[in-house]
Design a protein around this ligand. Sequence first.
Ligand SMILES: [Zn+2]
Length: 69
Amino acid sequence: MPKDPVCSKEIDVAAARTTTGTTRFGAAEVDPRAGTRSFFNGQWYYFCGLECRTKFLATPQTYLKQAGS
Ligand SMILES: [Zn+2]
């Protein structure tokens, strides 16, 4: 199970990918309250919510160092 790089919480990928609907452009809509993800540096990162994702995207290097990879 992937971990939120910001708060280290384990993320339920299935929940994070649950779609709430489809936009009129055909893109899948997800409910950010159930978790969200972002494609960064060649891989997907999962977050418990928009707050953590925003923090990560502001200073990704800070969180990537902590992950030790
Ligand atoms: Zn989090």
